[in-house]
Design a protein around this ligand. Structure first.
Ligand code: GLY
Length: 407
């Protein structure tokens, strides 16, 4: 890890403040108003980080009101830099992108991370965004290295990338041999990108194998998905279908359904394989036909949670779903997917979910859930909810401006 550096000077903070205030007066449309709001709210994070004098990486708010700052190898470490990239892009403001680049580069060791599968989340939200939005061509190597790291977890006998190790931590108590969680679909983006960048199909082939095996084994007949499927890594036999973060093995954990929807939509982007798009549509239909789905389209943390409607919502699942639906709407413009995404964003941007400036630990959205079975991050802000909210806003703006493609 790089030595801590003092990021952001008083001048940079003032420049960001001035830009944010200047734009506030001009904000006339929904996306712009949210973009200005996000800059103003996240400036609170930057001021705290600047006062500490070295990079600290905010993930959520602890029960005592303090902020939980995470290390480089935490699965959420890429989302804060990712939010800075998106705020810069939404406000067309280079000063935010400079901050984003500084923070992205504090994660440089993460590209070599092989002890869990989340290297895709970490490098995808930080370096890949810097490559796409910041003109940092040199970040391509981090994306390729991340794919190489993730490839070390591929188990050819089972045709999957193993999500978690099973020799330590709480995972060691579950009797798993090769657990794969639905979240892993999100990590495939760096695999596809790495093949595109290098012309080496190895990463692409692993991603396709993983997506196909997951499609075969993770889904129920109603197209909802399990959280965890455990495989025999040699034979590929399914050993168990369970949950870790959902209410029950047979329940539908809300964020898991969102990861599935986003993951298969993204797989279609890179492969053009209609089977993936068809699958994403089935997942989407399942999500929106579930009787527990509230009017505002922000789901409860698990579709089968026992005390609905007195259960926490999960804004992160809604934000991820909205972002995925904008992409889906470019492949299937007549499906009403954009309208659904618009409705989700309207809900999330309302006072019911969007925090007042200076509150909520300087995060944007309230009311997300990390893991109720583990007793942590219950009805709190979480950085990935903000990240997918901002990503969805960017996608909405492009589509509202007449784009027919996002990628
Ligand atoms: N990838 C972990 C989670 O969604 O909570």
């Amino acid at each position: 890890m790089k030595a801590p550096i003092l990021y952001g000077t008083a001048m940079a903070a003032l420049a960001i403040l001035a830009t944010s205030c200047g734009r506030a007066g001009q904000a006339t449309d929904f996306v712009s108003e949210n973009a200005v709001y996000a800059a103003e709210q996240y400036r609170g994070h930057l001021q705290i980080i600047d006062s500490v004098g070295h990079f600290i990486n905010p993930r959520t708010v602890n029960p005592d009101g303090s902020t939980w700052y995470v290390p480089v190898d935490d699965w959420c470490s890429g989302f804060f830099p990712g939010c800075l990239w998106y705020i810069g892009e939404l406000n067309n403001d280079e000063s935010w992108k400079e901050r984003a680049a500084s923070y992205t580069e504090t994660l440089d060791t993460a590209q070599y991370l092989t002890w869990h599968h989340d290297v895709g989340f970490i490098i995808g939200s930080s370096y890949l965004n810097g490559y796409r939005l910041g003109g940092h061509d040199e970040y391509a190597s981090a994306v390729v290295n991340a794919a190489r790291s993730l490839s070390t977890r591929f188990r050819p006998g089972a045709g999957v990338i193993q999500s978690w190790n099973v020799d330590s931590g709480w995972q060691s108590e579950r009797g798993w041999a090769c657990p794969v969680i639905i979240d892993n679909m999100m990590n495939l983006e760096v695999m596809f990108e790495a093949s595109r960048l290098t012309n080496d199909s190895t990463y692409y082939n692993i991603a396709v194998a993983h997506a196909n095996t997951t499609k075969d084994n993770h889904f129920r007949s109603n197209n909802s998905c399990y959280h965890v499927v455990d495989y025999d890594p040699q034979t590929g036999e399914v050993r168990k279908r369970q949950t870790a973060q959902g209410y029950a093995d047979e329940s539908s954990w809300a964020r898991g359904q969102a990861w599935a929807l986003y993951g298969y939509t993204m797989c279609y982007r890179y492969t053009g394989d209609k089977a993936y798009l068809d699958h994403a549509v089935k997942v989407c239909d399942m999500i929106f036909s579930d009787p527990s789905m509230p009017e505002d389209l922000v789901p409860y943390w698990d579709y089968n949670a026992p005390n609905i409607p007195s259960e926490p919502r999960d804004a992160s699942a809604a934000a991820c779903t909205a972002s995925a639906l904008y992409e889906m709407s470019t492949y299937l413009p007549e499906g009403g997917y954009k309208e659904k995404a618009d409705k989700i964003l309207e809900s999330l941007a309302s006072p019911a979910y969007r925090a007042e400036i200076g509150t909520n630990g300087h995060f944007l959205l309230m009311h997300s859930v990390g893991s109720i079975p583990h007793g942590h991050e219950i009805d709190v802000p979480i950085n990935y909810a903000d990240y997918y909210f901002l990503e969805a806003l960017l996608r909405k703006r492009k589509l509202d401006e007449g784009a027919v493609k996002l990628f």
